[in-house]
Design a protein around this ligand. Sequence first.
Ligand code: DC
Length: 237
Amino acid sequence: METRSIAIDGPSGAGKSTLARMTAQKRGIIYVDTGALYRSVGLYALRRGVGSKDEPGVTALLPEIELEMKYGDAGDLRVLLCGEDVTEEIRIPEASIYASDVSALPAVRAFLLQTQRDMAVRGDVIMDGRDIGTVVLPNAGVKIFLTAQPEIRARRRYDELIAAGRAVTYDDVLRDINYRDKNDSSRAAAPLKAAEDAVVFDTTELDLNESFLRLIELIDEGLSAKGEIRYKDDAAI
Ligand code: DC
């Protein structure tokens, strides 16, 4: 059976993963968090003491890296790095910076490209990242570019980290968001940008629930424009 995909791209902290997870749950499709793959590569380099911008060093590590994503008992997405569950550890701030740095390396992007595409052929997916609509799944049924002002994204990420018991300050989080925005948008390899056929969706003024309702509408509009709607839930025909 041919599978169909939803691509969600955008900067750090725009709410991609939360909204993509909610959409996947509502629609009974698979969620693929591609940032988690970059984070895992970053974490691997960090643990091995290889600098995040050391291109030959990071490239040499790639053949050792095995990545897998699976759903845990609670229905949550787990990331396995060489068999070890690193789902929580890849969220630490050092891993965020490392992920952003290693994701600028063409060898890392090439290494993860096939992994991501393989994940999209197993069934209908919603995949989030930075270059899903532009590079990974150029034929996605619908492409959304999710964004919000940096201060709002930093506030949301800060609240999330504090709720998870992390000792961070708002200023650190904003600095991290600004660093990654600049890094992710200015790199030569697959920079963060909206695909030409993406719908740009700014959630600055919306809360999570409002964002979710609007996102579902945008997805349905996009898919029905292509004659691709065939979901199970009530919202779809
Ligand atoms: O979505 P995230 O914050 O977990 O992603 C971590 C880093 O990985 C981010 O700074 C940029 C990079 N990334 C990427 O370059 N391409 C993707 N498809 C996903 C993430």
